[in-house]
Design a protein around this ligand. Structure first.
Ligand code: HEC
Ligand code: HEC
Ligand code: HEC
Ligand code: HEC
Length: 190
């Protein structure tokens, strides 16, 4: 009898534990920090403008092949993850550093290394409050009169399109898409 009661109590605990929100997968959370490098990512899945269809990012290609502007080298992870580099390495308008060593694949194998934040944690969509930043970041470009609000739209276009445009100038046959429809093609390879 005693044993039976103990079992019931235990079962009750197990049931409670299973129902607790801590064990439920955070599937609803679109924004995640992670240490797992994605092979491919589909961006722009929730654009407010229906014409801005999903965009493919071949993450592994960009991180491991000669996709740098010169076509001869692998770009640094910080070309995109710009806050993941030491302060001394920052150039241009960049002034925010959240890592004392440059992000690399090897670094992420260190159990103490902080996970990588998605861009949208800071560069939120227009009208949204970023999860990781007090407000959508702004910068003042020397050649522009007003501050630029770096929404996801601005941040991604400045990052992806500026490089693709440069690549296209160097190599007219490049696979790097430079048109709206070329990128916003539903998330498929060009
Ligand atoms: C090199 C690829 C690329 C090109 C070229 C490009 N985009 Fe985008 N665009 C993106 C990415 C990546 C995002 C960010 C998506 C995200 O936040 O998940 C984006 C975001 C957007 C958004 C914001 C969607 C939202 O509400 O979150 C709009 C609108 C948009 N693009 C329109 C355009 C238009 C119009 C053009 C052509 C003038 C264009 N894009 C060209 C890659 C591209
Ligand atoms: C061309 C730009 C680009 C380069 C280069 C790049 N990344 Fe990323 N990476 C991204 C984008 C954009 C995302 C976010 C995808 C999303 O929002 O789901 C991402 C996501 C990640 C994630 C998952 C984080 C998360 O929360 O989604 C990790 C880990 C990561 N990158 C590590 C690296 C490492 C390590 C390198 C260098 C070896 C690298 N990345 C190079 C653009 C890049
Ligand atoms: C922790 C917050 C944070 C994250 C994560 C983040 N950014 Fe930024 N980003 C900023 C801030 C803040 C600025 C303004 C300049 C500064 O303070 O460094 C900025 C500036 C930029 C700029 C303008 C720089 C220029 O030279 O024109 C681009 C483009 C950009 N971010 C793209 C990205 C992309 C792409 C990702 C993801 C791969 C990303 N950011 C992740 C906070 C962030
Ligand atoms: C610093 C340069 C650079 C940046 C930044 C960059 N790309 Fe690319 N991308 C390239 C190059 C180079 C190629 C094509 C190489 C070739 O022609 O084989 C490419 C190709 C692609 C392709 C075609 C598939 C493939 O792997 O060849 C897609 C899709 C793409 N990029 C999306 C993006 C998106 C989305 C972003 C921003 C999150 C981005 N790229 C940022 C340089 C860049």
């Amino acid at each position: 009898m005693k044993l039976f009661l103990v079992s019931v109590a235990l079962l009750g605990c197990v049931a409670l534990y299973m129902a607790s929100p801590h064990t439920a997968p955070a599937a609803a959370a679109a924004l995640v920090k992670s240490k797992v490098e994605p092979k491919e990512v589909i961006l722009s899945k929730d654009a407010k403008d229906p014409k801005a269809k999903p965009v493919l990012l071949t993450h592994e290609n960009h991180a491991t092949k000669n996709y740098a502007r010169d076509g001869k080298s692998v770009m640094s992870c910080a070309e995109c993850h710009h806050t993941d580099q030491p302060k001394a390495a920052l150039t241009g308008v960049l002034k925010t550093s959240q890592r004392d060593v440059l992000l690399t694949s090897a670094l992420l194998k260190d159990p103490n290394a902080a996970p990588v934040k998605t861009c949208r944690e800071c560069h939120a969509q227009t009208g949204q409050k970023p999860a990781e930043w007090p407000a959508i970041p702004t910068v003042k470009y020397p050649d522009e009169d007003d501050e630029t609000v770096l929404t996801n739209d601005e941040a991604y276009h400045r990052n992806c399109n500026s490089c693709h445009d440069d690549v296209k100038k160097r190599d007219a046959t490049t696979k790097a898409p430079t048109t709206c429809a070329g990128c916003h093609n539903g998330g498929t390879k060009p």
